[in-house]
Design a protein around this ligand. Structure first.
Ligand code: PLP
Length: 373
């Protein structure tokens, strides 16, 4: 018998696959539940911009052609939108792809990446897959007044070793929803050795309304080792198309581009992303719905005596006060899909995406039945 495990590289041997949120169709198939509500993957409950859908419609017949491998139109649109040169943008098949490009360009055996405990699950996967070592910094304590379980930048700085080439910071972080202020992040970047690439993953940036949240895309003149990543999967409502991007200095973008698959972003995704970027009204409505939904969920949880980690994203991670696995399963039988986060070190929490008012109510009422309140 072949020992397949021994054939894999060392990093891959100890990896566990990413566990995505359960698709609605799967719940329908497995439990025969009709009309489930999915609040498990931080998708936009309003769906995509109608303009993005329209942009794709006109292109359907053209899919025999390869997409633009340079993503010219999308980079132009992003360049206008962000005020950076198109050469500073790296397109990805989702921003996860960009995280992977960073790992492949800068990590490998005898190198390490630093990230926080409870940070986004793709960081350890990208790191280990290329044979690099993960140096996991302790998070802020559970009783921290503002950012419980959040990134501890001091601990992260101390975790940087001579073999460290990449740092991943999620701002805000998923699944905690915690964030780092501009002044703290700036001081952290100033303290870093020049050879360490600092990735600031801003998948939820467009939702954030905190005045102290940094505008990192404007910091690249000061910090040539900075890579900012953003995505069309969250507020733009295009998760199924897989479009994300990195913003970095052109010297770094050139290196990322060397390991990028030539046609990593499909033609429909590129066109939809251009249209989505321009639909300010859809963004405004999405932000507004999220703002109200966060209030609704917090009020509902507070009324039920439950606690949550304060979040500035489009999700809340809730302490259910008991083993969360059975609560998750019971919610599934109620037709509500949320996200277990035991793999993030939270065995008694569940992450719920902010939905529409009706969806949030369904979640809260299902929670009542499941928790026996
Ligand atoms: C959702 C998410 C992403 C984005 O994933 P895509 O590959 O762009 O769909 C990146 N980082 C964090 C922290 C996320 O939560």
């Amino acid at each position: 018998m072949t020992d397949w495990l021994s054939l894999a590289t060392e990093g891959v041997r100890s990896l566990t696959p990413y566990e995505p949120g359960k698709p609605e169709e799967e719940l329908e198939r497995e439990l025969g539940i009709s009309d489930p509500v999915k609040l498990a993957s931080n998708e936009n409950p309003l769906g995509p911009s109608p303009r993005a859908v329209e942009a794709m419609r006109g292109l359907l017949a053209g899919v025999a052609r390869y997409p633009d491998g340079h993503g010219f139109a999308l980079k132009q649109a992003l360049s206008r939108h962000l005020g950076v040169d198109p050469g500073w943008i790296t397109l990805g098949n989702g921003s996860n792809d960009v995280l992977d490009l960073v790992a492949r360009a800068f990590l490998g055996p005898r190198r390490s990446a630093v990230f926080s405990r409870h940070a986004f699950a793709v960081y350890p996967i990208a790191t280990q897959a290329v044979g690099a070592r993960a140096r996991v910094a302790a998070a802020l304590p559970a009783d921290h007044p503002d950012q419980p379980f959040g990134h501890d930048l001091q601990a992260m700085r101390e975790a940087v070793a001579s073999d460290t080439r990449v740092i991943f910071i999620a701002n805000p972080n998923n699944p905690t929803g915690t964030w780092v202020e501009g002044t703290h992040l700036r001081a952290f970047l100033e303290s870093l050795p020049a050879e360490v690439i600092c990735v600031v993953d801003e998948a939820y940036a467009e939702y954030v309304e905190e005045p102290a949240y940094p505008d990192t895309a404007r910091w690249l003149d000061d910090f040539p080792n900075l890579v900012v990543t953003r995505t069309f999967s969250k507020i733009h409502g295009l998760a199924g198309l897989r479009v994300g991007y990195g913003i970095s200095r052109p010297e770094v973008a050139d290196l990322l581009n060397r390991v990028r698959q030539p046609f990593n972003v499909n033609s429909l995704g590129q066109a939809a992303a251009v249209a989505a970027l321009e639909d300010e009204e859809h963004l405004r409505r999405s932000r507004e719905l999220n703002r109200r939904g966060l209030v609704q969920l917090r009020d509902g949880l507070r009324a039920r005596g439950l606690r949550w980690i304060p979040s500035i994203g489009n999700f809340l991670t809730v302490d259910v006060g008991r083993a969360a696995g059975p609560v998750y399963q019971a919610l599934l039988r109620e037709g509500v899909i949320v996200r277990p986060v035991a793999n993030y070190g939270f065995p008694e929490h569940l992450r719920v995406t902010v939905g529409t008012e009706v969806q949030n109510t369904r979640f809260l009422q299902a929670l009542d039945r499941v928790l026996g309140r």
